[in-house]
Design a binder for this molecule. Structure first.
Ligand code: ATP
Ligand code: MG
Length: 398
């Protein structure tokens, strides 16, 4: 048996926005590496995650094989902070071996079979390597051209062989999977998502995780006046989203009785906004207890009557914590496309009995006045009520 020039399969990661960071870059990269290591625990495989100059490399134990390396690549593709994930090969650091590896890498590919136009792109992170990247391009490109008779096309290649000369080895690969982009989860702090069983809030949660927030989830259920279906949905959604951050927690507030008192205490048309304010006040109380620095909702401007500018203002007025609304400028079709992409749409579309259905007035107020809402809250003793509600939350562990 002849030795393969390709060496061991590994995974090479390209960082996203982190590269724009100045002095803090080191902190962000450390956080990202912690997150990657945590995500890889699922795989039960001894991996070695190393920070290199501007990239991260994941090495597997010798002989792990391509399938495991693929599994590692798939898993880290969910970790925010990365823009590209390359299933690469770890090649010995001398030009002859690199040429052989380049030939071997594409030997059985469909592109070689059909004579595709190709290019070689090299990068030399270690300047001690004897060949410059242009020379390496030409050396490997020439060999590929001789061996397989493929035409070179530098502008618009159908097949690109990437070669990256690093400190201890050369990485070589063809394609890659796009990463999630954004920042490492946790680098922006913690927040609490108000999570219905609907389409919007899971997408909002995802968008904010991608901006570096680690989130907890808070769901208001209509129990004892509704079934537990909405809780199961919220739970299923949290499970689906957990792959982006890990350590997710779902908190559930039994909200039915509080909703009933809202219904009996105020004008019908204000009930929805009064309820939303009570949810936010309760969420703020919970946020303080779990040290979350912001609330997140799936509101989109004008999408429904509770999301007009006046009603958003009335909601902001209910709490002191900032309310982050990543979807505020998104169309419903855009939100749905994103929900489909991250795998939450099919769960959100399952039928349930949302607590909001308990108080849907015939005509909802689109311009709620804060004074009127405060009147309702006085009658409800909302300040006390939201503490009681926060006391009654139940944690659902994954
Ligand atoms: P979603 O698809 O997220 O349910 P929606 O379009 O149905 O949103 P609303 O019902 O007005 O809009 O809810 C607006 C936001 O209020 C939601 O995105 C969510 O953040 C929060 N919210 C609504 N209902 C609940 C609930 N039962 N539990 C927790 N948060 C909720
Ligand atoms: Mg909803």
């Amino acid at each position: 048996m002849t030795m393969s020039a390709l060496g061991e399969p590994c995974v090479l990661l390209k960082l996203g926005e982190i590269v724009l960071k100045g002095k803090n870059r080191e902190l962000f990269e450390r956080r990202l590496i912690d997150n990657i290591r945590f995500a890889l625990k699922d795989l039960d495989l001894k991996t070695d995650v190393r920070r290199r100059h501007g990239v991260i490399a994941i090495f597997l134990p010798q002989g792990s094989g391509v399938e495991r390396a693929d599994a590692v690549a798939q898993r880290v593709a969910d970790v925010p902070g990365l823009v590209w994930i390359h299933r690469a090969w770890q090649v010995a650091k001398d030009p002859d071996t690199v040429v052989k590896a380049g030939l071997e890498l594409i030997r059985d590919s469909e592109e070689v079979r059909r004579g595709a136009r190709f290019a070689v792109r090299s990068r030399r992170r270690d300047k001690r390597f004897p060949l410059r990247s242009n020379d390496l391009d030409r050396l490997v490109g020439g060999a590929i051209n001789d061996e397989y008779n493929l035409p070179v096309d530098l502008k618009n290649p159908e097949l690109t062989v990437f070669i990256e000369v690093d400190r201890d080895e050369v990485f070589i690969f063809t394609g890659g999977i796009p990463g999630q982009g954004g920042l490492p989860v946790g680098s922006s702090g913690r927040a609490l998502v108000l999570m219905s069983g609907g389409i919007d809030s899971p997408v909002a949660a995802y968008r904010m995780m991608k901006r570096g927030l680690h989130v907890d989830f808070l769901h208001f259920s209509g129990i004892p006046f509704t079934t537990s279906e909405s809780i199961y949905k919220a739970y299923a959604l949290v499970r689906k989203l957990d792959r982006f951050q890990g350590r997710s927690r779902l908190w559930v507030v039994p909200f039915g009785k509080a909703q009933q008192s809202i219904r009996t205490s105020g004008q019908d048309r204000l009930a929805v906004i009064a309820q939303r304010r009570l949810m936010l006040k309760t969420a703020e109380e919970v946020a303080h207890r779990i040290r979350a620095g912001a609330l997140i909702t799936g509101d989109a401007l004008g999408q429904v009557s509770s999301q007009t500018l006046a009603n958003i203002t009335a909601q902001d007025n209910a709490v002191e914590l900032p309310i982050l609304r990543p979807l505020v400028g998104w169309d419903k079709t855009e939100i749905m496309a994103e929900a489909r992409r991250i795998g939450t749409l099919e769960i959100s579309e399952l039928p349930d009995e949302d607590c909001c259905s308990l108080l849907a007035p015939k005509r909802a107020e689109t311009r709620a006045k804060i004074e009127d809402l405060k009147q309702i809250e006085k009658r409800l003793d909302a300040e006390e009520l939201c503490v009681q509600l926060a006391d009654s939350i139940q944690e659902y562990k994954l």
